[in-house]
Design a protein around this ligand. Sequence first.
Ligand SMILES: *Cc1c(COP(=O)(O)O)cnc(C)c1O
Length: 380
Amino acid sequence: MDFLVLKDSVYSSPAFVLDETEITRQLEILAELRSQCGCKVLYSIKSLPFSAVMQMANPFVDGFSVSSLFEARLADEILAGQGSIHLTTPGIRPDELNELSSLCSHISFNSLTQYNQHSEAAQAQASIGLRVNPKLSFLPDDRFNPCRQHSKLGIDIEELSKSICLDQIEGLHVHNVFSATDFTPLIKTVDKFQQLLGVGLAELEWLNLGGGYLFGQIEDHRPFVDLVKKLKHDYGLEVYIEPGKAVVGRAGYLVATVLDIFVSDGETVAILDTSVNHNPEVFEYQRQPELHEHDPEGQCTAILAGCTCLAGDVFGKYRFTEPLQVGDKVVFKHVGAYTLIKANRFNGYNLPDIYLSNPLRVKKMKHYDYQSFRLQWLAD
Ligand SMILES: *Cc1c(COP(=O)(O)O)cnc(C)c1O
């Protein structure tokens, strides 16, 4: 991405810019993987359910993975019947089950109680599976560890091996990592499946290995390719992956403008025309997002802060080669996933416009205005 172009006045500010070249590059990596081992690839739309991204992904993937009825409807609208839709969620509602089963090709129930309650009604239309908790933790932070103590995500693999005959269902689903950059967790997880479920795996039709792997940042794909080939060969399984962040994470930029600069207790504070509400995980997890202008050797420092009334609406302290000035633009990098989907209009500050950019052109894809805010908050 050309950062000078990002700061061009063609973009309104704040702007959420998606680099089409980068998205395509990531999709090509996944498509290559697909052709090497025959796995099926779904884009997990929850990371960024933007129609333009889904349309770009469509030719490269076998479908989408979704977490709810609204996501399933959107996936269905984009796919228009030409692809798989996989659902897993702890929150299946009885009143939505019928529509979910007609929209989704595959449903993985999150618990044995949900399976017992709903599988009979759902199996007429969808292929039924179960989400498994393999009881293998790879994440130090329990806030995103699906295998934490008292986990709400999936059926304990030991309980599953004792209580269900695998010929009653068609598939299993597992998702137990986040932002993994090697395949060790996957290999250990599949190992455990083989130890506890053994030849029963051959009774299944499919295995969904979930998301969480940043394929584009992993050099050697051979361990994955070998694993999938072996699963297909030994058990006759169709193997799915459902990456989200791997597709869009590095393709997203948030461009913001400095509105004000002052000194507070001896530190320079720069107020931006964006806030942590456009990237809520900054606040939720107290993470500092990468900034293009940050120079570790820079002599000038500034605390970049959001424009809302919350005292903790702060991105962090950064270093710059030149002092920041009012009107300067700054660019947060690698903010494609789990940012805009969680964004809100707290304090009445607008959401950023969304752009698609490639070296030949910039296209504004979505503009929010007062009407969008008004529609959300005016009673019917
Ligand atoms: C969130 C999630 C994904 C996508 O995860 P990424 O980290 O974005 O790749 C896939 N499957 C399930 C079940 C998920 O919860």
